[in-house]
Design a protein around this ligand. Sequence first.
Ligand SMILES: *Cc1c(COP(=O)(O)O)cnc(C)c1O
Length: 373
Amino acid sequence: MSASSYITLPPDLLPSDGRFGSGPSKIPTFFLEGLADTQDTLLGTSHRRPAVKDLVRVIRERLTELFQLPDGYEVALGNGGATLFWDMAVHSLIKSSSEHLVFGEFSSKFASAARQAPFIANVKEVKADYGSCPSIEEIEGVDTYALTHNETSTGVLAPLSRPQSADALVLVDATSAAGAVPVDPQVFDAYYFSPQKAFASEGGLWVALLSPQAVSRAVETVALGRYVPTMLDLSVAIENSRENQTYNTPAIATLYLMNAQLEWILSHGGLAWATQRSADSASILYRWADAATYAHPFVADPALRSPVIATIDFDENIDAKTIAATLRANGIVDTEPYRKLGRNQLRIALFPSIDPDDVEALTQCIDFIVGRL
Ligand SMILES: *Cc1c(COP(=O)(O)O)cnc(C)c1O
């Protein structure tokens, strides 16, 4: 540890909760206390019993309400996280030609999953430099467009739009955006995410909001006769979800925590409220970074700066690693940047669970540390 790790932050400067990680993210402590109380009714009981199926049903209903899903849209879920959903989309949704908007580590992983599939003839990547984002290039014959709402690796929130072609599906990786950013269900056919980001839960699950077109595509693609492993068959996942269960055993704690977050957000006013809370945190943080002489937002275009994941670059003469280590030594954790981005940067999550006052406190802690380096 460098000498600066011994800088002790004054207690009155510290945030009430020091968790600013981009995922797994802060889980409110009272959710965890509630979880401990479920041991007779949920945890350690069969996942096919009514209590667990009720939990899945309530999650599906609450997501429908939170996102105001139009009639005919369905909520499906299963094991494996957003990463599994990429492989599932490759097997069950893309017919033969996909286009991927690539502007960070996560969007590039989906594109490479598609490239590896022998039955997908064309995989087009439209790229932009990290820190910005590309736009859809409409190409005749593309049957699936893959967008990412919030690039968690770079802190870019991309605008979403639908191409003209009525037959093409629009798949949106919404991990880290879903639950903290407004979205119009008309622009997507699948809006999918893992719940360990804005939904303050654990990893392991994927959740997808599906349009009727996505549901019929899943059936149609499997009928093409290609080999689809059952875990990657979206039509099987949809059938199970309609029964309020997952194809194989889920982590009940993950479901419980996600439901707690849904209940908390809905009881305060729904997506508009959650969105405003993240936006408030973001305006505190970006205003501070704009004003600081030694720090500036990595994302140059203010319109693309994420309200959920802020990436802040530091001047060369200030080592962001030392700031992150010092924060960590004082109980403020997970402000390190996405490792592969390789910048002199802090990455700070602004999910709805995080109190805007704590973001304010964090900026003061950073100022305090920099003043003493
Ligand atoms: C975290 C994240 C993923 C990966 O989620 P897993 O649950 O680890 O599969 C994918 N896409 C985005 C945008 C993410 O932020």
